[in-house]
Design a protein around this ligand. Structure first.
Ligand code: BTN
Length: 245
């Protein structure tokens, strides 16, 4: 089932309501524009007309401790699609941002919903993806314009959003199947386009920060950082940024 809205606040919010009503696995909520698209860390994800904004309701056949891998596998689906269909060279910034030539082109927000069921609690994931496609950088707020890009800027042509939605949701489902059967291969492929690998990164959490070198992801989806003193950390949650220094 695909629900299409011209203008709503957030497809993730609508998907959450549908899950409460028992919507089936695979439901897609899509919007041409969002007025309050949800981003990571409680930020608003700007969603002007021309982008692809959708939420896929997905019931993973994975243990809960592997749910962070769903964000990574979704990112990998985006990377593959941008490479295979448009011959672009995207990179991924842990855990959820897709970059083209140093600027963000897409973001992913996965939210878990746990409901009681007859056989115990049942977890559903809302896989929310926002991609800047046919929009122009000038359509976004001034302060984020230097940080973002769109497919149009790279391809100089418009993309059919219906076809892109079909292809991307299929690519996501394919990666979820792969995650179950060949997790190491999924993570190895993810690491090939890791934007932070071998770069100086800053990790921020609860007003604390730590600087180190990016080392890649663990097999549970955490990110590894090595501080100057040689101590290694595995981080999950919080924000990871490239150091500007
Ligand atoms: C991020 O970059 O911080 C994550 C952005 C995720 C945005 C998408 S757009 C479709 C879906 N609905 C939302 O409200 N958010 C996600």
């Amino acid at each position: 089932m695909i629900l299409h809205y011209d203008h709503i606040d957030s497809t993730n919010r609508v998907a959450k309501g549908l899950i409460a009503e028992g919507t089936p696995n695979g439901t897609i909520v899509r919007a041409a524009m969002q007025s309050a698209g949800k981003g990571q860390y409680g930020r608003v994800f700007e969603s002007p007309e021309g982008g692809l904004y959708f939420s896929l309701v997905f019931e993973p056949d994975l243990p809960l401790d592997q749910f962070p891998l769903i964000t990574l596998a979704t990112g990998l689906a985006c990377l593959r699609l941008l490479k295979q269909q448009f011959f672009l060279s995207p990179r991924i910034k842990w855990p959820n941002d897709i970059y083209l030539a140093g600027k963000k082109v897409a973001g992913i927000l996965c939210e878990n919903v746990i409901k009681p069921g007859p056989g115990g609690p049942k977890a559903t994931v809302i896989i929310g993806v926002g991609m800047n496609v046919n929009n122009q950088v000038g359509d976004f707020a001034d302060e984020i314009q230097p940080l973002i890009t769109t497919l149009f800027e790279h391809l100089h042509r418009r993309i059919d959003l219906d076809v892109l939605l079909t292809d991307l949701t299929q690519a996501i489902v394919d990666q979820m199947t792969r995650l179950k059967r060949e997790r190491a291969a999924v993570l190895a492929e993810w690491q090939r386009d890791d934007l932070l690998k071998d770069r100086t990164v800053v990790y921020l959490r609860d007003s604390q920060s730590m600087t180190g070198i990016g080392l890649g992801v663990t097999d549970q989806g955490a990110y590894r950082i090595r501080e100057d003193n040689g101590r290694e950390h595995q981080v999950i949650g919080g924000q990871l940024r490239l150091s500007s220094g």
